[in-house]
Design a protein around this ligand. Structure first.
Ligand code: ACO
Length: 332
């Protein structure tokens, strides 16, 4: 039987830094408020001519360089994004494939907001285990600045741009295999976090109203409470299903939405400080890119070793959620 191994990680963060101090010149807020309520100090913003596909391509290049797989070996590309280059088509995954020189591989985007990377991972695992694909490139890439309303202090302080990517390959060695992935969704909570305009369900007349935006809207406080509950429940379930306890996890990689959410979940799960991966202070919430960017952070700081067990835990618009148990399995 073929198993799916998490071979490599890469990420890219745009160079422009948007600080809390700069945001406080745009909306009625302060560094003190943002730091205290979210733990975010700064976030990255892509240049005008830098698209989600450019961020994704740079992250994927790094992941490919760190794997033993060439672009010719990649047979599927999945991009998780809520800020695609183009509304509907072409997919950002297809654009990234071409920018990387990948020819003829299956390529498509998925929409699961901040849970997107975990969803993409589950798709890669399923295709590999079924024998349909061998080497899958997954990407979480977001230019959230393109869909953020910089006059809304409830959202603009949270989001940033960036991308992360991983190469997932078939292996016969069960000790390298991604152990388990849980994903779920509940559309009943759709209105907590949405981009109400621009789609077929939108109330505005797109032809008459050119200025109508696709900005994100969020009921922050309600989202916060559901996030803590869902993230905690999800981890408890995946650990129990696999007869594991929290102390066996070397790296707990939660979605980087808000330091207070991460702390509340970490405490509820009795995770030690050194188990919890944190990047929210420097990148803010980069939605589908947040988890792979955080994994890349521990990899680049030399703290992610072969065989170490990672637990991913995500939550986002939809609502969606997901968790994954993964040994890091680079090709030696
Ligand atoms: N600066 C100063 N004051 C502010 C700001 C701001 N940026 N934003 C809100 N406030 C004010 C509010 O107006 C309110 O004032 P009031 O008491 O006079 O009415 C007060 O601060 C408290 O507002 P709350 O909304 O209750 O603040 P809260 O502590 O909940 O923090 C936040 C808001 C940071 C948005 C938090 O709710 C949060 O992080 N929510 C979850 C976000 C999340 O996880 N999203 C899911 C994933 S994202 C995705 O899928 C793309």
């Amino acid at each position: 039987m073929a198993y799916a191994a998490f071979r490599s990680i890469g990420a890219y963060a745009p160079t422009r830094v948007l600080t809390n101090a700069e945001l406080s010149t745009l909306v009625d807020t302060s560094d003190e408020w943002i730091t205290k309520r979210t733990g975010i100090k700064e976030r990255r913003i892509a240049a005008k001519n830098e698209f989600t596909s450019d961020l994704g391509m740079k992250a994927a290049q790094k992941a490919l360089e760190r794997s033993d797989v060439s672009v010719d070996d990649i047979d599927m590309v999945v991009c998780a994004t809520i800020s695609p280059d183009y509304f509907c088509m072409p997919s950002t995954a297809a654009i990234i494939s071409t920018k990387l020189g990948i020819k003829g591989a299956t390529a498509f985007d998925i929409s699961a907001a901040c849970t997107g990377f975990v969803y993409a991972l589950s798709i890669a695992k399923a295709f590999i285990e079924s024998g349909m694909k061998k080497n899958v490139l997954i990407i979480g890439a977001e230019k959230l600045s393109a869909i953020t309303d910089y006059s809304d202090r409830g959202t603009c302080i949270l989001f940033g741009d960036g991308a992360g990517s991983a190469v997932i390959c078939a292996t016969e060695d069960k000790s390298e295999a991604i152990i388990d992935i849980h994903t779920g969704a509940d559309g009943e909570y759709a209105d907590l976090l949405m981009t109400p305009n621009g789609g077929s369900g939108s109330s505005h007349d797109a032809l008459a109203d050119e200025a109508s935006s696709c900005f994100m809207q969020m009921k922050g406080n309600e989202t916060f409470k559901v996030a803590v509950k869902t993230l905690t429940k999800d981890v408890k379930e995946i650990l129990a299903d696999n007869n594991l306890t929290a102390d066996k996890i070397v790296h707990f990689v939660p979605h980087q939405a808000n330091l207070r959410i991460i702390k509340a979940v970490g405490d509820a799960l009795k995770m030690k400080k050194e188990q919890v991966v944190l990047t929210v202070s420097k990148y803010g919430n980069t939605s589908g890119a947040s988890i792979p960017m955080a994994i890349n952070d521990i990899y680049e700081s030399g703290n992610l070793k072969t065989g170490e067990l990672m637990l991913l835990d995500a939550f986002g618009g939809g609502l969606t959620w997901g968790s994954a148990l993964i040994p890091f399995a680079p090709k030696q």
